[in-house]
Every structure is written in C-alpha cells, then in structure tokens.
Write a protein that binds this ligand. Structure first.
Ligand code: BGC
Length: 775
C-alpha cells in the first residue's frame, strides 16, 4: 500500500507528515478532518492559507440558495487565529519553516501541528493542538503554544469569522454579535431559506509560562465578524499559550430551547472552560474508547501496519461523520467537504450500514429511521413521477424534502453543453437498497420494535412503488423496468438492468411475506397499515406481477446481462482506465454517450447483485460473471473496489482480493490528490470495514443466519473482530489454524461451510481453518 501520509509501525493510530507541501494542503485538510457526527471541520491551518478549503459544517442543517438545490452551509469559522510576531503576520510562505510536523491521532481525534518559524534571526516555535469533543458534541477546543529563542512581541486575533461561503454562495445571514462578561464572544446567525438559527460562542484563556493572565481582549467587529485581540511582550524562552474554547448550537438541536439558546450556550461554555485543554481532551478520548473503539474492535496482526491504520482511519471517519439524530444522515462525503452538497445516497445503506448494524445497532436504527421520516419525501417523488408508494430520492437532505439531486452537471467534452444528471430521475434502485439494508438490520438485531413501528411499513410502501413502476409487456406476458440507470452509472437509459429488476422483485416478494406475516401475527398493525397504505388492491397486484417480473438469467456462458443492451455493445480494452492514481480517466477520451455504447462498467453492478444475494447464485455463475465484468470495470466509483475485493475473497482469488483491498484502502489515504478539496469518500470507509470483516473475516448473513467463513490473507498472522448478533456480542478470532467464535451475553449459532455450530453463552467454539479449494 502506498499512502500520502506517514504511518508509525508502533502506533497504528498515527497519520502524519513531516514536511509542509503546499500541493498537499487540500488533501491533508480532508484526511485529518475532525468531527463528532454533530459538527466537523476540515484540518485547515489556524492562519489562513492560499488555496485552502475552510469548511465547518453541522450535520443536517441544509439550506437552499435561490435556483439551486439544498446544500449544507459552510459555517462561520471558529478556528481561525491570525498571529503576528514582531508585527510580521505568521505565514508559512514567508520566512523559513523548519521541523514541520502535522499529525492526527486517530484514537482521540487530536490534531497537532508543530514547526519553527525563523524570521528576523529569531527562531519561534509554534505548537498547535485541537479537537472536536466526542463527549460534548457542541464543543471545540484548540490551543497554541509559542516560544522563541529571543524576546518577541506576540499579537493574536481570534474569534468568529462569518465571512464564509459555499464556493461563494452565502447561506448565513448576519445576526447579533456581542460580548458577555467581557470574555465570551458571541455571534448569532441564521440560514436564509430554511431559517435554522445558529449561535456560536468563543472564549480565550491566555497563559504566560502556565500562569493565567487577566488580559481582556480588545474587541473588533466587522461584517459577520467578531474578534478578540491580544498583544503580549514575551521574553526569550517564555511560553505563550492561548486556549480557545468554542461551541455551536442550532435551533434544530434536540431538546433545544430557541429563546434561551443564546444564554444557555454561554453558560455551557463557561462550564466547559472551567476545565483545561487536557482534561477536556481526556473526557473526549474516554468516549472514543467506550463508544467507538470497544464496540467496533478490529485487530489485524501483520508485519505491515497499514491494514490496521486503514481500519482505524475508516472507523475514525465513520464516527466523526455519523450524526446520531434520526433527522440526519451521512453524506456521501460526510461533513468533510462541499462535495455532493452534503447529500446522502445509497452509499449509506449499501456500504456504511453493515458496519453500524453489526457494531452499533442503535446508530443503524437511527439511520434507518431517517428513511422512515423520509417516507413523506419519497411519496412526493413517486407522485411527481406518476407512481405510487415510496420512491426514495437518489440524493437526500432534510428527510421530508424528497429528491435533491441537482439537474445539471459539468460540460460534455464533445458537445460542450452541460450534461443532465439523470440519476435523480431514473436511478431508482435506491428504493430496493434501503429495503435490503433494513432486512439485514432486522435479521442481525431481531429488533421487533423497529420492524413494527417502521420497518414493515417501509418494505410495504417500497413494494407499492415498484408495483406501480413495472411496465407490462403484453407480447411476452412479462413485467419490465425500462429506461433506468443501474448501479453502473456509465449506462444511462437502459432497459431491464439486472440489479434493478432482481431487487425490485425481491422487494415485492418480501412485501408479500410481510403482509401475510402481520395479517397472522399482528392484526392491529395489519389493519393500521392496510388503512394507511391501502394495501388490499396493491397486494392483488403484487401476486399478479411477482412471478412475471423479468429478471435476466445467466446465458450459455453463465453471464448475466447487465441490461438488455449491454452484451451487444462494443468491447474495448479498459485496462488503461484502471489506474488507481487517476479518477475517471476515461472521460479524457470519450464522452458519456460514447461510453454508454461500450462495454465499460463504472462500478460493481451485476457483481454487486451477486455479492448481496450470494446464496442465489452458483459458484460457477459467480466466477463467469467475475471473469466477464471485472476486466470491463474501471472502478471509477469509490464504491466499486470493496465489493470486488470481497467477491474475490469468496471466489478464492486471494491475490486479487488483496490487491483490490489495498487499492480500496488507498481511496483517500493514497497518493493521488484527486478531488480531495471536495471531501472524503465515506462509502469507501464503510468498504474498508466490509472487506476486512465480511471479506477476509467471512462474516455474512445467510438466509437470516450468521455465517462465518474467513479467508485470512497470507500476510496476516491473525484477524480479530467483534460484532453484535441478536443482542449478544460475538468475538471472532482467526489465524492460520483456527477460527474461534466466542459469545458474550447470550449464546449464538453460526454456520461454517454448511455446518451449524452452537456457542453457549460466555463460551467459545473453535473450528479448524482448512484451506478451501475453489471449485
Ligand atoms: C457513484 C454512485 C454514488 C455517488 C456518491 C457516484 O460516483 O457512481 O454510486 O452513489 O457517486 O458517492
């Protein structure tokens, strides 16, 4: 593996750099992002820099600018500190910089940046450190320590700078600014269309040689700005320390009181600032430990530290970007950048939800509840397209909004005209993806309460949509789904995409089962849902349609056609587009409509179907499709590599599985700068866990039962992980000789190569790990 950051063999929680490279600033801002799911900020430097992307977001606080789709507003900057040494503004592009070091501690979320700035024959050492608290989701704390070998004057301007925008779009309206008790700087603000109110507070504490100074800041206010200014003369080797405490609240917060928010938030900051930086960091670190690292434990024993760094990084980013409020979801880029406007896609359900379902089911439940709350928006979308039931939006923001995919993308290289983004209209498989993830959640947790309150309704409503979406082909007496985009976004307006048709039929099959189940077991719920969704007629339609839905079958060579047109398209050599350090290289040669006419696949499509429904395809069919599609796949989506790696593991293609795993781990950590300014690939983070636990660790749901069939990579000595299965904690440990499964809490049952094993509560079962030959 090749990363753009240094790692440490002895500390798999470390990522860092030892030199200041202006080309890498956006990339590092993204990789070293800090957040707690509620809010987050890119790892920009405290002082402003050329070409930086200064972003801070609070999850779910969407706003729409006129004539644009809704997006997550970039918030006032509470991080910025402008420092002058002897009246020279600190900037790494002036003077000389030595001993530069910037690193993120993935374990406790602390970011540090140290360097010597040599200016006018003085060596001034700067040590910055900061964290977004995991304990108090509203709190951010940062610190700068300055020492010099000669006497210096230090001036600092620090506060709240509301002159931020989303690539020049201004979402935040100016509100009141004021100072409380001569110490607490406050700025209020509000989004211009969704009218979400924000309050930001900052307080500084200044120390010289660890002694707290009484200096009152000299205040400066500007348009959407409020700053405190400090001016201190320091002797050689004296230490100047400024600690900045800041918090953020919004009118969307649960349990908030909008009228009291301004005062209560200051009280909260007063209380927080009674503790010092270290104490607050320790409190936050304890929550990281208890709530994240313990629950999602994964340990890889190998001579190479990078696999462990990769899984730590992936879990870190998932925790930093996942809101715990059911009205909010995880954006495709989390809250790490402006990319995709903060919107959520199927990325959550298909790529990130397995991690939560198996390690923190309560978080998975929240994320699925978001879709339940989104039924209103899904009904709107279905109605607008003349369908019935719940058609979930391709891109989602506020749950009730419905579709938020922008209409136009970048220019076509051939016609020069803007390209229409069709996904919001015809990429419809997301409705099935939600049902698939929801069934996995219900199987893995046995959460009946969720099923009865939300799960069953989503399944029935989704199937209602599919039923209305089917097109009857009288000549052949079959139901088809024409004019769609499947998971492979390089094929637009295709008919009968295998993935879409198969999963639509599967949804209807599930709905029929659910309908009969609740009719038998829960008559009150049956009556409720029948009334609400008018199911009697729909049920009749399902029965009429279900066995006539056309699903492409394997041909004589065992290949399942991705869609009606795919196999007759031109075949070209795709290998030159499969370069991991470049993105969407293919567009340098062809435009989308040319690619549409070739057998080029962007990401797992038929192979995704095979991965998700592995028990429905024979090994021979799996292999034939692997051999057919993988060579034609560019992996231009960050959602592609992980699925391929897992499938390669299943197929016994160990070298291929590992190569794809490494490439997938490099999605963000790798050397290419790509679109780093836009943010991180959250689905790839989910993918790292999936490859590790589901691929190499072999943990899957097989017909509602837990299956554990590991494929330990040759260069790993052992793999240990922990999951939750129906209320018990299951600890799995694999090495070259044994698979050991331990159940904590309640006993569990699992299958391994066709055999069922019972593990009694608080005991374990060992199974020999035989070398499986693929046939
Ligand atoms: C992929 C989609 C994905 C989206 C957001 C696109 O490039 O093709 O499958 O949902 O990015 O990550």
């Amino acid at each position: 593996m090749k990363f753009c950051v240094n790692t440490d063999k002895k500390n798999s929680w470390y990522i860092g750099v030892n030199n200041y490279d202006p080309k890498m600033i956006n990339k590092l801002e993204t990789l070293m992002f800090q957040g707690n799911g509620y809010m987050g900020m890119r790892a920009v430097s405290e002082e402003r820099q050329l070409n930086e992307r200064r972003n801070m977001f609070v999850s779910g606080t969407f706003d729409a600018f006129p004539s644009e789709v809704t997006e997550l507003p970039n918030l006032p900057d509470i991080l910025n500190m402008e420092i002058q040494i002897d009246d020279m503004p600190l900037s790494l592009s002036t003077g000389r910089v030595e001993n530069y070091q910037k690193s993120l501690n993935l374990k406790n979320g602390e970011l540090t940046r140290n360097f010597d700035w040599i200016i006018n024959d003085k060596r001034v050492n700067f040590k910055y450190s900061r964290f977004v608290s995991m304990k108090d989701k509203h709190l951010f704390v940062s610190k700068v320590e300055i020492t010099s070998d000669k006497d210096i004057n230090v001036k600092v301007q620090s506060g709240i700078d509301g002159q931020q925008s989303n690539s020049e779009t201004q979402h935040m309206m100016e509100g009141d600014k004021r100072l409380y008790d001569g110490k607490f700087i406050q700025m209020k603000s509000e989004t211009q269309q969704s009218h979400i109110k924000f309050v930001f507070n900052v307080r500084h504490k200044l120390y010289v040689d660890e002694v707290l100074m009484g200096n009152k800041p000299y205040m400066k206010m500007g348009r959407r700005q409020i700053f405190g200014n400090y001016d201190v003369d320091m002797k050689a080797n004296q230490k100047f320390t400024l600690v900045k405490y800041a918090n953020v609240y919004t009118s969307m917060d649960e349990h908030h009181n909008a009228d009291k928010m301004a005062e209560s938030s200051v009280d909260d900051l007063k209380f927080a600032s009674l503790s010092n930086y270290k104490e607050l960091l320790q409190k936050s670190a304890r929550v990281w430990n208890q709530n994240i690292w313990k629950k999602s434990f994964v340990q890889i024993e190998s001579d190479d530290v990078m696999p462990q760094v990769s899984i730590n990084f992936a879990r870190y980013q998932l925790a930093a970007n996942t809101p715990h409020d059911p009205r909010k979801n995880i954006g495709a880029k989390g809250i790490t950048g402006e990319g995709y406007k903060g919107h959520s896609f199927w990325d959550t359900e298909t790529f990130m939800l397995p991690y939560y379902t198996f390690t923190m089911p309560e978080v998975a439940r929240n994320l699925l509840t978001y879709r339940y709350l989104g039924l209103e928006g899904a009904h709107k979308k279905a109605l607008a397209n003349n369908y019935k039931g719940a058609q979930f939006p391709w891109e989602a923001a506020h749950p009730a909004d419905g579709e938020t995919t922008p209409l136009w993308g970048s220019a076509d290289i051939v016609t020069g005209k803007p390209m229409k983004i069709w996904s919001g209209f015809i990429e419809q498989h997301i409705t099935s993806d939600i049902v698939i993830a929801l069934m996995d959640y219900m199987n893995a947790t046995g959460d009946h309460d969720f099923a009865e309150k939300m799960g069953f309704e989503i399944i029935l409503d989704a199937a209602k949509f599919w039923s209305s979406r089917l097109e009857y082909n009288q000549a052949q007496d079959i139901y088809e789904i024409n004019d769609v985009i499947g998971p492979d976004e390089y094929k637009e307006h295709v008919n009968n995409n295998a993935y879409t048709n198969f999963t639509a039929r599967w949804c209807i099959q599930k709905a029929i089962k659910v309908y009969n189940l609740i009719k038998e077991d829960n008559p009150a719920l049956y009556v409720d849902l029948n009334d609400k969704l008018n199911l009697k007629k729909t049920y009749g339609d399902w029965i009429k349609q279900v066995n006539k839905i056309y699903v492409p079958q394997p041909n004589a060579d065992g290949v399942i056609a991705e869609d009606d047109q795919y196999l007759s398209k031109k075949i070209i050599d795709v290998s030159k587009f499969k370069v991991n350090d470049q993105i969407s290289n293919v567009f340098k040669y062809y435009n989308l409509s040319q690619i549409n006419d070739m057998q080029i696949t962007k990401q797992a499509d038929v192979l995704l179907l095979i991965y998700l429904f592995e028990d429905m395809f024979t090994d021979k069919v799996k292999m034939s499709n692997w051999n057919y599609y993988e060579p034609k796949t560019t992996h231009d989506s960050s959602l592609s590599l992980s699925i391929h790696s897992i499938l390669a593991s299943d197929l016994g293609l160990a070298d291929e599985a590992y190569k794809l795993y490494e490439m997938s781990c490099e999605t963000d950590l790798g050397v290419h700068v790509g679109k780093a300014a836009q943010g991180l690939h959250m689905a790839a983070c989910g993918g790292v866990w999936n490859m590790t636990v589901q691929g190499f660790g072999g943990m899957r749901i097989d017909n509602g039962r837990l299956k554990i069939e590991p494929h330990l990579p040759d260069n790993w000595k052992s793999l240990k992980y922990q999951i939750q299965w129906q209320g018990s904690t299951v600890k799995v440990s694999v090495d070259n000789e044994n698979l050991v499964v331990e159940a904590v809490g309640k006993g569990v049952e699992f299958i391994n190569h066709g055999q069922t094993y019972q593990v009694a509560a608080n005991s374990n079962v060992a199974v020999e790990t035989s070398v499986e030959e693929f046939v």
